[in-house]
Design a binder for this molecule. Sequence first.
Ligand code: ADP
Ligand code: GLC
Length: 519
Amino acid sequence: MKSNYKILFISSEVYPFAKTGGLGDVSNSLPKALKDLDQDIRILMPAYPFAIQKADSIQYVAKIDLPERGFPGHLGLSYQQHRSKEKNQQNSVAIIETTLPDSKVKVWMLESELYNRSGTPYSDEDNQEWPDNDFRFALLNYIAVEIAMGRTELNWQADIIHGNDWQAGLAAVLLAQETVAKRPASVFTIHNMSHMGVYSRKRFDQLELDPQLWNHHELEFYENFSFIKGGLIFSDRINTVSPSYAKEIQTEEFGYGLAGLLAHRKDRLSGILNGIDMQEWDPETDPMIEKNYSLKNIADKQANKLSLQKHFHLPVNKNVLLLGMVARLVYQKGVDLIIKDMEDILELPVQLVILGSGDEELEKQLTQWAKKYPEKIQIQLGYDEALSHQIEAGADAFLMSSRFEPCGLNQLYSLRYGTIPIVRETGGLADTVIHASNENLNNKTATGIVFHEDKGSTVLDAIKLTSLLYQSKTIWRKLTSNAMKQHFSWQESAEHYLSLYTQAIEDRDKIKTQKPMIK
Ligand code: ADP
Ligand code: GLC
């Protein structure tokens, strides 16, 4: 039977309004795919000033008064010392409605002084995390629950509340305090287990969370408390963004202290691979790249390569293997593994272009390599959406040496653009790229190069192999063709989310008491 749900999708970033990584992409394309499956989905995100600016048209659709007690909003505002003189104003927030571009998906942006800052969703312009992120995102969760319970002027009530990452972890906790029969079912998606939203007891009290939740079985986490733990314990269903990562987070190495809990709830935990936005990332129509191409006109890809070399002031040479990388420059992405082997990598007949920003030390080291070997490696620091498309189109191969990767989108974009992904065998990378072994090349399944130190191959070995394969036009052509024939659209994944929503509702209905059923 076909289900039609009312879904409130909570996310701290939604492309094109706000994006720092893959969560932004997913929060755009998954809701669109669910809308295509006739679901009534609404997105709730903070109204960052840069997000409002990017919206085509906006409308104020609701004002929500915050009660004095049991609600952190007024505390958050006083923390910021932004209290206005007028009492009503300090204790109310507004909902601004817009839509996702090229779609009918409604986006509700939550307007509050807490979000009225420049910088990124999480940090200031100097990359320092906002010290009150707990208040900022708790407010998002409190309002989400008010909306989902049908207690606002929006006059809309949810069947499902779908939270993403730690910033949305408290929604399920707050929902669990509502009467079971009346509350929406909750689904929580882990995009990254390493960000856990950990804060002190003092902040817990200031947030006016139920003191009874302060215990090891609920929110307490090594003498602090954690937003993500709340989401993992109280949600009716939990998922992550690839089957491999769903298993990995149940191990000590990737579970960050919550592996036991995840293993305990494994019957409620699943992995659903991300898809990609097939319109946004299509080499045949992409307006941001030098020349459009497809598998049929694959020779046209070369114009993108030459243009990329020019952009980065590298020697323009169609025969040299051009490696690309677009990433947050952080430990997760294994940038240090590349840096460690850089001297040897650059001795190979390759060029390397990098777009990214993040850790200062990693940025510094990469910049030093680019200064030392400007004809081999170039880096552009910062965030540049158009250039990220140009690298996907222009590079021959794409480097992702991630230590862990819940799903990863760039390898999926790379496959679609015929840019061979070189990936470490972990999480979603392991689930989506098939190694170019002799056997896989022969049976036409190979789509990239996969390495793993534990299995005796390093990023350097992987690049050496790529360079070797690149020298054979026939093999490279085969790899490119296999890669471009892969299909990672959202449609199938959205169907899986729909089943997950049904399961969450069934699980909620099994709960007899007001407390969630933790098996
Ligand atoms: P993560 O979410 O861990 O950063 P993903 O591979 O899921 O990794 O998604 C990263 C997304 O962010 C991709 O769309 C990628 O193109 C984009 N991205 C990352 N860094 C930059 C950057 N510096 N400029 C433009 N886009 C970037
Ligand atoms: C996270 C992960 C990345 C994933 C993205 C979207 O940021 O690091 O692997 O693709 O979320 O789910």
